[in-house]
Design a protein around this ligand. Sequence first.
Ligand SMILES: [Zn+2]
Length: 377
Amino acid sequence: MNPAEVYKAAMGELSPMIETLTRLVAIESPSTDPEGINRLCDLLAAGFSRFGLEVERMPVPSAGDLLCVRWDRGEPQIMILGHLDTVWPLGTLKGRPVRIEGDRFFGPGSLDMKAGLTIAMHAVGMMKTLGLKPSHPLTFFFTPLEETGGLAYRGALEAEAKRSRWVFDLEPAYPGGAVKTERAGVARLRLVAHGRAAHAGIDPRSGINANVELAHQILRLHAMSDHDRGRTVNVGFMEGGTRPNVVPARAEALIDIRFREESDGERVLARIRKLEPALEGSRLEVSGGISCPPLERNSKVVELYRRARGFSAAMGIDLPEASTGGGSEACLAAALGIPVLDGLGADGDGAHAEHEHVVLSSLPKRVALLIALLTQP
Ligand SMILES: [Zn+2]
């Protein structure tokens, strides 16, 4: 069956897809609510079991379960990533219930990423009905703490990724339907300047002003940004001193660094760690490091993207690519050198925002695209 035929069949499944999405959004599942996550797990596990897939739940300390769904076992496999949690606290749905306006489906967590879970479920369902076999064993890996950056299952995620030929992430598309072939890496640092306290009026010369020291460093830090290279160094928070009449002994800054290539990120971190004090007698202290590696747009990623674009073209759909500044769990797999394609979820807008919505007509497109990626040789 070619991608165009699958797409045509998928368009006929739009109503059941909307029903599934509505049911998934109805279960509120903030990262901080294990009970909600587990109820969502129950529903998904039942759905995938009905299709004859093997379902495994892994408890995560003080969080909801991680859901692992397998269609055959063996290596290399294809890994499909998704997350169960949303950024919305319990009760959000009450104030902002699901509503459909034309082609747009509004609801908390709908785009990010109950729609991605819907796409996974219906891709499997359609493959079963149409008798389409996956080209490799499949592992769906649905995590409970993506939005808070849970590192509790990082080892398990990496172990699955290492067994995979490709990793697909069902995070939302870039608004307009583009897949994500590049994500910035993120580092977080704390810089503390230590000076010496003194009375600002009586004995100012025996003091060393930590605020002034920090001010010098902030200018140096901002000069390290290089927007053409996709590198930003942002001092987003600063604090220092105690009162106006005291030469401050301590000041600190929190720094967010974004970078396109891991090696570039490492280089900037090394420069920051080697910063020299500007004032005689003061001292600097740097802590922190890379919190999320980048998804680098390397040749493996480009090759996988071209594959997806080819299937999409066969369905008569344009598939652009985009780069984004935010991280996702796919970056952990990308850092291992596995070819990753991200943003394969629904099109829409407003992830983490009040106007969050899914473009409904993108659901059959993405289901058909995922089926092509999972079944075509
Ligand atoms: Zn997400």
